[in-house]
Design a protein around this ligand. Structure first.
Ligand code: HEC
Ligand code: HEC
Length: 195
């Protein structure tokens, strides 16, 4: 019985394909088709539509892949990104990560942090050692994200989410954010945004 039903539904799919109706299944879509939906929020030219949406153009490929995987697993919770990532297979995520990592990082035109703010941020970096992982000039590498030039609003939000563990996909980053003095968070966001 189930075999019969199976062949029936295959017949329907084959017929739809012959008549060229319905949507192209995900596996048959080109990378441009797969990433079309992303532009609605992350921006058609890499500049996110909303300031609390992160830049994904030019972000490290390993990191982009891990975030998509974590959204799909539910380790990183977000009402918008979880359903989007759930529809992606591992190979789609790797291809999408590679695709966006090769785009140029957009310039949001954020001002450099004033001297006093920058000094506070650099002090926090000295005590917590952010650049030990995020590397010189906060460019990141592999699974470590670039932070330089990310929007101040998103940085503020996500650092706060690490602290409250609302963003729970990397407990190590949460511990580090909790070890950072709360007064240093605003200077860090402003400093990183202005790099
Ligand atoms: C409806 C809006 C929307 C759409 C469409 C969307 N995103 Fe997102 N995306 C967001 C928001 C908002 C966040 C930040 C979530 C948070 O604060 O935790 C995000 C976060 C991400 C992150 C994490 C980046 C980081 O710096 O941590 C990745 C990767 C990502 N999106 C990739 C994609 C890809 C790939 C697509 C298309 C397949 C896509 N998004 C479509 C809104 C969207
Ligand atoms: C031990 C290594 C390590 C150190 C030290 C570290 N980070 Fe991170 N950070 C990471 C990793 C790994 C991630 C990616 C987490 C994930 O997979 O979601 C990350 C993610 C982040 C993000 C999220 C970026 C995004 O696009 O969502 C921010 C913001 C951040 N770190 C800020 C900092 C700051 C500020 C410091 C210093 C006060 C710091 N980190 C120190 C390893 C580190």
């Amino acid at each position: 019985m189930s075999g019969r039903l199976g062949s029936c539904s295959f017949g329907a799919v084959a017929l739809a394909a012959l008549l060229n109706v319905g949507v192209t299944p995900l596996y048959a879509q080109s990378i441009e088709e797969k990433t079309q939906v992303c532009a609605g929020c992350h921006g058609a030219s890499g500049k996110p539509v909303d300031k609390t949406t992160p830049i994904i153009w030019g972000q490290q490929a390993g990191y982009l892949y891990i975030e998509l995987r974590d959204f799909k697993r539910g380790d990183r919770k977000n009402d918008i990104m979880q359903p989007i990532a759930s529809s992606l297979e591992r190979q789609d995520m790797l291809d999408i990560a590679d695709y966006f990592s090769k785009k140029p990082w957009p310039d949001l035109g954020q001002p450099r942090a004033p001297k006093e703010m920058a000094e506070k941020a650099l002090n926090a970096n000295r005590s917590v050692g952010c650049t030990g992982c995020h590397l010189d000039h906060f460019q990141g590498d592999g699974t470590i994200p670039r932070l330089a030039g990310m929007s101040k609003e998103y940085l503020t939000k996500t650092m706060d989410d690490f602290r409250t563990r609302a963003r729970g996909n990397n407990p190590g980053m949460s511990d580090l954010m909790l070890a950072t003095s709360p007064e240093d968070l605003a200077p860090l966001a402003e400093y990183l945004a202005g790099l």
